[in-house]
Design a protein around this ligand. Structure first.
Ligand code: FES
Ligand code: FES
Length: 149
């Protein structure tokens, strides 16, 4: 059994406490915006926020997220208003296939909470997510745009 709080809502889940948070979010909670890429904390597709910090949910047992605030891509918009990073993503046409973009956005939002005006070097060293479509230039541009929103 695990009790987790996702996007401000509490869920009691009947699951092995060692189950990766990613699968609990997708299969038990039903939030499929968070994606599976590698399963070994390398690609960043599964990035969510735990107490505001970017975490790769494929490699965190659900027990490690109990008692903390988990935010997924579905919880970023507030009252139907997109987060400034989401708006910047749309304005800069960042996604190509889109598969990595949840993780990119969650990593970007966490970076901006930590560092409101990041340099390109800050972005490159912090956003280590992999995009097979090569959207890195657009990601950088959208992050800079979001800082001015
Ligand atoms: S699926 Fe978690 S880092 Fe790749
Ligand atoms: S947009 Fe296709 S993998 Fe990043």
């Amino acid at each position: 059994m695990a009790r987790i709080t996702v996007n401000r809502k509490s869920h009691d889940i009947d699951v092995d406490p060692n189950t990766p948070l990613l699968w609990v979010l997708r299969e038990q909670v039903g939030l499929t915006g968070t994606k599976y890429g590698c399963g070994i904390a390398q690609c960043g597709a599964c990035t969510v926020h735990i107490d505001g910090a970017a975490v790769r949910s494929c490699s965190l047992p659900v027990s490690g997220a109990e008692g903390k605030q988990i935010t997924t891509i579905e919880g970023l918009a507030q009252n139907g208003v997109l987060h400034p990073v989401q708006k910047a993503w749309l304005e800069h046409d960042v996604p190509q296939c889109g598969y990595c973009q949840t993780g990119m956005i969650m990593a970007a939002v966490a970076l901006l909470m930590e560092k409101p005006k990041p340099s390109d070097a800050d972005i490159d060293s912090t956003i280590t997510n992999i995009c097979r479509c090569g959207t890195f230039q657009q990601v950088r541009a959208a992050i800079h745009a979001a800082t001015n929103a």
